[in-house]
Design a protein around this ligand. Structure first.
Ligand SMILES: [Zn+2]
Length: 319
């Protein structure tokens, strides 16, 4: 996987957004007042603005664990993930990515899509990965099998109007300032560029210290108020939310790693079936009040959704 020259040309300094000079081993900001330098580690540029980020370039230099790393792809972990039931299910992502792709390529080819948090393949994303119709630029704040650039969503190192699409799936709960990240997404998208976002609502803390925010359906809509909505709704339903709650209820009793592991296995086998209710519930009004997570699929707009219009778009059961 390599990034096309057309996209590389649009890389900028994450700190001052000036042009950047790319070398094999170092990227240098061409603005003399800034003149920041960014290393290239194992072929991957580390384009982090340290003034604005919780990550340090040094952590990547020595391959420190930053957030998550791809699960060890051993035979045992593959076997486990095949055999063990799951307490959650994303019922919409696959279809949503088909819609995203077909909308994107409808009027033109040569489309490019920025993936924020693309260290590993997102749920249901196979259709985008297996097509030659678009160029995916996969970025993250950790090295993974699919990471092409290390960068932080708070300072996206690309020029304005670079991308035809941006994907940010299950990421915005893990950034300290989701509003700033969405401003950045808006900036790097071309006019009428598409955005696809998923964020959790009824989910307990995951990824430990890197978990900050939850959004209701309307809260998520407001986050993207400078976008016109194409579609939105629940991706993971109330059944999954209940299964997670049961698991985290028992986990709350102990810090012991061993007991927590036992609790996880116990709750997997006793709560996995709740997710099947989500096939029935996912599109119902009640899910807008109680889902495990929501999606927003929209188009960059020049107008901003007013808060009055926002509240009149409530779709839940509490009319
Ligand atoms: Zn600079």
């Amino acid at each position: 996987m390599s990034i096309s020259k057309k996209i590389l040309k649009n890389l900028v300094c994450p700190k001052c957004k000036s042009k950047i000079h790319a070398d094999n081993s170092i990227y240098s900001c061409e603005n003399l007042e800034c003149s920041s330098k960014y290393p290239v580690i194992d072929g991957i540029p580390i384009l982090i603005n340290e003034e604005n980020s919780i990550f340090n370039i040094g952590d990547f230099n020595i391959h420190n664990k930053t957030t998550i790393t791809s699960k060890n792809n051993t035979r045992l972990t593959r076997l486990k993930s095949k055999l063990l039931p799951k307490i959650g299910i994303n019922l919409k992502a696959k279809q949503n990515y088909y819609t995203f792709l077909s909308t994107l390529v409808k009027n033109s080819s040569n489309r490019n899509v920025l993936v924020i948090g693309g260290e590993a393949t997102g749920s249901g994303m196979e259709s985008l990965i297996n097509t030659n119709e678009i160029e995916l630029i996969e970025t993250d704040v950790s090295f993974g099998s699919r990471t092409m650039i290390i960068c932080d969503g708070h300072d996206i190192p690309f020029e304005n109007d670079t991308f035809d699409g941006v994907i940010v799936q299950a990421v915005l709960e893990h950034v300290v300032d989701p509003y700033r990240c969405v401003e950045e997404i808006h900036r790097v998208l071309k006019n009428d560029g598409l955005v696809y976002s998923e964020t959790p609502f009824m989910q307990q803390v995951h990824m430990g210290r890197h978990d900050f925010t939850r959004f209701t359906h309307l809260g998520h809509r407001r986050l993207f108020r400078k976008f016109e909505e194409i579609e939105s709704g629940a991706v993971c339903g109330p059944g999954m939310a209940l299964a997670w709650s049961i698991q985290y209820f028992f986990l709350a009793f102990t810090k012991s790693k061993k007991i927590r592991k036992l609790i996880i296995y116990f709750t997997i086998f006793t709560s996995f079936f709740w997710k099947y209710f989500d096939y029935y519930l996912i599109d119902r009004e009640g899910s807008y009040d109680s889902a495990s997570g929501y999606y927003f699929f929209g188009k960059k707009s020049n107008t901003t959704l007013s808060d009055r219009d926002l509240i009149s778009s409530y779709r839940g059961s509490q009319q």
